[in-house]
Structures are given as structure tokens and as C-alpha cells.
Design a protein around this ligand. Structure first.
Ligand code: NAD
Length: 482
């Protein structure tokens, strides 16, 4: 299947944007399947200036009309889901069924924000003295947004940003990851076909560092939202501070999973295996550190390794595939370094730990025990199909092992726990240090719920009513009687 990505700048689809082409590679075969044009500085500037004009139009469009446009876009995404999912699968590698779920869930996200668009309420505050008529606190769209997204959810991540920003009345310059631009292109086309004013959205790709620094410095950009790594988050946050731009980072995670002694191991594994190896583990809220009550530990390790070994690896387009390749070659090298470093530091590789012996960027589903705190995989987000397992003796120990921000890891995005005891569940909900806590399931990412982290995981919030507010700023208007 061949892909031809295009950029969308100032109301035009472009096959050439001044900085050459970058090949698109199918991660399951390592074959070139298409290309994406790259934008030079002039095209990036044109996108920002056009977004400023688009903001002028879109912010004056009624909330009801904005809502209708987004609802129509969500309907078009569902209608076009098979085609969108097929291209997503080709450029990113995840199994087709996962890609299809991603597209339909993305439509739900856009639709939820379409509904929220009509509820951008402010409030009134009673004046404290006679002669003052009113105080009103309003929410206004923050302005043109520069949105940068990673390649692991090529439709979902742009949908989170575009859905909420457009619902609030902002315009957006979207820069998806250069590995997966076709998915973003389909999304933009759905919005345009739904009636979005052409300049309210722009789609650019290019050299990431050059494009982002140019956009952040551009006078027309008001806010920057990034979904990506902690390292790039820091870089962009510093640039934003220098240029007085608002910044929101949706960054990495290192999710712990506490499995208490009263949990049903088989039931936990039934949920944990697909959650861990979904999208080949390239999920920010993926379960990473399984912290298991000692009496269940051996059974848990054995069950997880058995299920990991049994997973069918293959191209996303093959309906038999349960886990696809990693999305690009850098991830493969990273996984190998993580596994080798853990082994060198005394950890046990129970299964996997190496590249799968076949074409494509496949890494074997991996289970590691006894990884020391000094190992890279304990300190940094592995972002791939690697699960770590360690035992615990008391609930206090388990919570201490889970909450290691500032000691071993820097992250606090998602945390999970399994128990049948109500009191323990409440304690875990209260004491786990994370932006999102899933008790007895892994479903923390829902269109209706705010999704975000703490610490190095970033301060951004997406989805839910809070996701919309992130693209607004407050204005207080107070009226005297004269
Ligand atoms: P990355 O930070 O390298 O890339 C993300 C985006 O930033 C891409 O658009 C990329 O082109 C751009 N970028 C890359 N280098 C840049 C630079 N020097 N200057 C400016 N922009 C640059 O991230 P990645 O490794 O491709 O993506 C994986 C990361 O994203 C993981 O850490 C993962 O946890 C995180 N993530 C977080 C969430 C969330 O909601 N919290 C969701 C998905 C992924």
C-alpha cells in the first residue's frame, strides 16, 4: 500500500513545501511506502500567519456552530474509519483492529468536545459595594495553538488537541510526528469536509527542532501543546518561557501496577497482557512495573511470561497478528539497550529481551525480574514491550515501591492496582502518586475523563471538560454604575 502525505497550509494542500521529502517506512517490512513533504521556514511562517487569520474567523463563530462542525467531523471519522485505520496501520505498525479502535475512539473524543463546546460557562460574582453593577468571569479562547504530537497514536493524539482547541474557538497549527503524517492528514480532511473554515487548521511537517522553535517564536502563536518525551518537553517549555507562550506537556510515564494478595491472578493477567503489549507497549499509560504480593509472585511471573511468549507477532494488516512491530528503528535499538543494561546489572530476562528474528522492527515481548533501581529500565520509560516484575511483602512496601518519583523515576502519569478489598482500594486510590489511578482495570483513558500527569510526566490535561478549559484563558469584567 502506498502513502502520499501532504501538508495543509493557508487553505491549500501541498505536495511540496520547500524542504524536500522524507520517506515513509512500513515498520513491518522496513520498505519505503511513501513520502511526506517537509516545510521550510517560509511555509512554517505562512502556516502561523494563516492560523492567526483563521482564529479571527473561528473565534467569532458561535459555540453552537463550532459544536456542529466538530460533531460532523466525528461522524466523518467514523464513516472513513476503515481507510484511516488501514493507512495508520501501514505507517505505524499496530494491528488493524487496534487502529480501527483508535479511529473510532478519536471520533468519540472529538464528539465529546463538540458537546462541551456549548458549555463553556463563566460565572458571575456578587459585587461587594453599592454602585457596582456586575462582576463576570469569562473564558476566552487562548489564540492560535501550535500542537506537536508523537507517532504512537497518530489519530488519537491530534484528535485530543484539535477537538478541544477548536471547540474552545482556537485555531491550530498541527505538527504530527514525521513518521505518521498520513493519519493526521485524514483527520484534517474530515474537519475541513465538516465545514471548518480553511484557515482554522494547518498541517505542517519538517525538521522537528527547526519547525517547533520557529513556531514557538512566531508572534501569532499563543499556546504550545506537546505530546512527547520528557526531554523534548523540557526543551519546548524553556523556549515557551523565553517567548511568553503558554505551554502544556503530555509527557512520558512509568506506570506501576500493584497486585495485592487477595487478587485473582488469572483475572489480572487477562487484563494485564493486552494492556501491556497493546501497540507493542508504546503507550504512555502502559503498565510497566508489576509489583506483586509475594505469595502470588511466582505464578504471576510464570503466567505473564507464558502469555508473552504466546503472542503472535506480525504485520498489522494480518488479522492473526496480536502484536505489531515497533514504530521506528530507534525504538528497537532503545529496547535492546534497556534489556542488555538490565541483564548486565543482574536482572533476569524471563522471556524475550531481543529483536525478533524476522524482517521488520519487531522486538520480542519481554518480561524482566530483579531489575535493580540503578538499571535504565527502572529509571527511564522503556516505551516498548518490556514488563518488569518485583515482589512485595506489605502494602506499605508496595505503595513505597510504586511511588518512586524523585527517587528512582521522575514520572507520575498512571498507576494501577488490583484488590478485592474495599478499604485497600480506597487507600490505594488516595496514596498512589499519579495523575490517573486505575483500580481493578486499566481503562484510565476515556473521552469524558481528564488525562494528565504530574512531575516529569507533564502538567497538561487532555480530554474531559478540563481538556477544553486548557485552551481558554480567563477574563474578569467588572461594571460600575458611573
Ligand atoms: P518525541 O518527544 O521525540 O516526539 C514527539 C513530538 O515532538 C513529535 O512531533 C516530534 O517530531 C517532536 N520533536 C522531536 N524532537 C524534537 C525537538 N528536538 N524539538 C522539537 N520537537 C521535537 O517523543 P517520541 O519519543 O517520538 O514519543 C514518545 C513519547 O511520547 C513517550 O515518552 C510517551 O510516553 C509520550 N507520550 C505521552 C502521552 C501523554 O498523553 N502523556 C501520550 C503519548 C505519548
Amino acid at each position: 500500500m502506498s502513502l502520499q502525505a501532504r501538508l495543509y497550509i493557508d487553505g491549500q494542500w501541498l505536495d511540496d513545501a520547500g524542504d524536500g521529502q522524507r520517506p515513509l517506512i512500513d515498520p513491518a517490512t522496513e520498505q519505503v511506502v511513501g513520502s511526506v513533504p517537509l516545510a521550510d521556514a517560509a511555509h512554517v511562517d505562512a502556516a502561523a500567519a494563516s492560523a492567526a487569520r483563521g482564529f479571527g474567523v473561528w473565534r467569532r463563530t458561535s459555540a453552537l456552530e463550532r459544536s456542529r462542525v466538530l460533531a460532523r467531523a466525528a461522524a466523518l471519522m467514523r464513516e472513513r474509519a476503515p481507510r484511516m485505520a488501514a493507512d495508520l496501520c501501514t505507517e505505524q505498525g499496530k494491528p488493524l483492529a487496534e487502529a480501527l479502535r483508535e479511529v473510532t475512539l478519536s471520533a468519540d473524543i472529538v464528539e465529546f468536545q463538540a458537546e462541551e463546546a456549548r458549555r463553556l460557562y463563566g460565572r458571575t460574582v456578587p459585587p461587594r459595594v453599592d454602585g457596582v453593577l456586575s462582576h463576570a468571569v469569562l473564558r476566552e479562547p487562548v489564540g492560535p495553538v501550535a500542537a506537536f504530537t508523537a507517532w504512537n497514536f497518530p489519530v488519537n493524539l491530534p484528535s485530543r488537541k484539535l477537538g478541544a482547541a477548536l471547540a474552545a474557538g482556537c485555531s491550530v497549527v498541527l505538527k504530527p510526528a514525521e513518521e505518521t503524517p498520513t493519519s493526521a492528514m485524514h483527520l484534517v480532511q474530515c474537519l475541513l469536509d465538516a465545514g471548518l473554515p480553511p484557515q482554522a487548521v494547518q498541517l505542517v511537517c519538517g525538521d522537528p527542532a527547526r519547525v517547533s522553535s520557529r513556531l514557538i517564536a512566531h508572534r501569532d502563536i499563543a499556546k504550545v501543546s506537546l505530546t512527547g518525551s520528557v526531554a523534548v518537553g523540557r526543551l519546548l517549555a524553556e523556549q515557551c518561557a523565553r517567548h511568553d507562550k503558554r505551554f502544556a506537556g503530555e509527557l512520558g510515564g512509568h506506570a506501576p501496577v500493584i497486585v495485592c494478595g487477595d487478587a485473582d491472578v488469572d483475572a489480572v493477567l487477562k487484563l494485564a497482557v493486552p494492556a501491556k503489549f497493546r501497540n507493542a507497549g508504546q503507550v504512555c499509560a502502559s503498565p510497566i512495573r508489576f509489583i506483586v504480593a509475594r505469595p502470588l509472585y511466582a505464578r504471576f511471573v510464570e503466567g505473564l511470561a507464558h502469555a508473552a511468549r504466546a503472542l503472535r507477532l506480525g504485520a498489522g494488516h494480518d488479522p492473526a497478528t496480536q502484536m505489531g512491530p515497533l514504530a521506528h528503528e530507534r525504538r528497537l535499538q532503545d529496547m535492546q539497550q534497556c534489556a542488555d543494561d538490565a541483564r548486565d546489572q543482574g536482572a533476569t530476562i524471563v522471556c524475550g529481551g531481543r529483536r525478533a528474528p524476522r524482517a521488520g522492527w519487531f522486538f520480542e515481548p519481554t518480561v524482566i525480574t530483579d531489575a535493580p533501581d540503578t538499571s535504565r529500565v527502572m529509571r527511564e520509560e522503556p516505551f516498548g514491550p518490556i514488563a518488569l516484575v518485583q515482589p512485595f511483602d506489605t502494602l506499605d512496601d508496595a505503595i513505597a515501591l510504586a511511588n518512586r518519583r524523585g527517587q528512582v523515576t521522575r514520572y507520575a502519569l498512571a498507576a494501577y492496582a488490583f484488590t478485592r478489598d474495599l478499604i485497600t482500594a480506597h487507600r490505594l486510590g488516595a496514596e498512589l502518586d499519579a495523575g490517573m489511578v486505575g483500580l481493578n482495570h486499566f481503562g484510565v483513558s476515556q473521552p469524558e475523563l481528564p488525562f494528565g500527569g504530574r512531575g516529569a510526566s507533564g502538567d497538561g490535561v487532555e480530554m474531559g471538560a478540563e481538556g477544553l478549559l486548557a485552551y481558554t484563558e480567563m477574563k474578569t469584567i467588572t461594571v460600575g454604575a458611573l
